[in-house]
Design a protein around this ligand. Structure first.
Ligand code: C5P
Length: 370
């Protein structure tokens, strides 16, 4: 169909965009809670979460890639009376398995090393940001990645943006700025939040947040997000290789940078073995964080394939409303007039950017992103 693949009759493109918005809201809330709900000496290692996420994402992508290759894999050799033929008659999956492995280790796999490193850095920065900012402020500030993504799309993918789209990006930055200034101004010193209740396993404690550190991390994450996303889009759309094979390559290249901080971390007191130490205090909330992050990574890949990075950014700004409402209920977040003004500006900019093509010229793509 001209709309591309569909799910239950709906275009995969839009289903994946909406799913991503919901996933984004859920991730920031669950991740925030997982970081602030326990005192620092009882909290899990973000490095372990990032590593586990990459292993899970890579494994799921590998299974999907093998599954998809089952109809296309070359099985001509399987009927021969060779060792390969015998193996195939016992293990019908050996042909797609072999094909996917040879695609994964193809010559151009090194291209994924760049986004892989950037995403590991980004996923780690996200933990710093979310532990030091209220969820809603994190969400809004993280929208700055739309600006970095647009800039990298223009520079690397040679996308052309109309003046309306540039103007909406400008409003977006202003909206983010308003929220940012008000959050840092009202919390210029470290901010304390009380978490835990009589019902929680963890006793009541005070979690100290440092908004400046949080905004520093979020700003850096916006740059890695823009560059990594656009680079992934460039690799994906610049070759015929399967999305899921690319995902496995991405996860494989992530393993080394994800392992580095773990290998260089100081040994824990009362060590009980490497794996036990790594997953110390890795409770339900940590698992939920990793699960939602893995799911998000997979949906992100689908979105980048069937839409593009700029649209992805605007779709996720919808998640601001969701996580904003949730944090009022869950984290006692106080609505201030400047938060409302800033968040509304972000949403208005989103609407402006996404005006249907009939109201303004289409984005002209001059190669690179076909
Ligand atoms: O916020 P942003 O959209 O830049 O986040 C992208 C997220 O998706 C990162 O956590 C990254 O690890 C993940 N991702 C992935 N596989 C891809 C592309 C992105 O897991 N192919």
């Amino acid at each position: 169909s001209p709309q591309g693949p569909t799910i239950c009759g709906m275009p995969l493109k839009y289903v994946s965009l909406v799913t991503l918005a919901v996933q984004n809201a859920a991730l920031s809330i669950v991740m925030h809670y997982s970081r602030v709900s326990t005192p620092p000496h009882l909290s899990y290692s973000p490095a372990a979460a990032v590593l586990l996420g990459e292993v899970l994402k890579g494994s799921i992508s590998f299974v999907v890639a093998v599954w998809r290759a089952k109809d296309t894999a070359d099985v001509s050799w399987s009927s021969r009376k060779t060792l390969g033929g015998v193996i195939h008659s016992f293990f019908p999956w050996s042909a797609p398995f072999r094909q996917v492995c040879s695609e994964i280790f193809s010559l151009d796999c090194w291209k994924l090393s760049i986004p892989a490193i950037l995403y590991v850095v980004q996923n780690s920065l996200q933990f710093v940001a979310i532990g030091n900012l209220p969820v809603a402020s994190f969400q809004v500030a993280y929208q700055m990645k739309i600006l970095t993504t647009a800039a990298f799309s223009v520079a690397l993918l040679r996308k052309r943006l109309t003046s309306t789209k540039w103007l909406s990006l400008f409003f977006l930055a202003i909206g983010v700025g308003i929220v940012q200034v008000q959050t840092t101004a009202t919390n210029s010193s470290n901010r304390e939040i009380r978490v835990g209740s009589a019902h929680d396993a963890a006793p009541l404690h005070i979690h100290i947040m440092s908004p400046l550190k949080g905004f520093g991390a979020v700003t850096a994450a916006c740059f890695t997000s823009g560059l990594a996303g656009v680079y992934f889009e460039m690799v994906l759309k610049g070759s015929k290789a399967d999305l899921w094979v690319r995902n496995v390559q991405l996860s494989l290249f992530s393993l080394l940078p994800a392992l580095l901080p773990i290998l260089y971390a100081p040994a824990l007191p009362h060590s009980t073995g490497f794996i036990n130490d790594l997953f110390r205090h890795f409770g339900g909330w940590a698992w939920a964080t990793v699960t939602i992050q893995v799911f998000g990574g997979l949906v992100t890949a689908v979105v980048i394939k069937y839409s593009d990075n700029i649209l992805k950014g605007f779709a996720t700004s919808l998640s601001i409303i969701l996580s904003f409402l949730a944090s009022v209920v869950l984290f006692d977040f106080h609505i201030t007039p400047s938060f409302v003004i800033g968040a509304s500006t972000v949403l208005a900019a989103t609407a402006m950017y996404n005006q249907p093509p009939s109201q303004e010229p289409r984005i002209i793509s001059t190669g690179g992103s076909s």
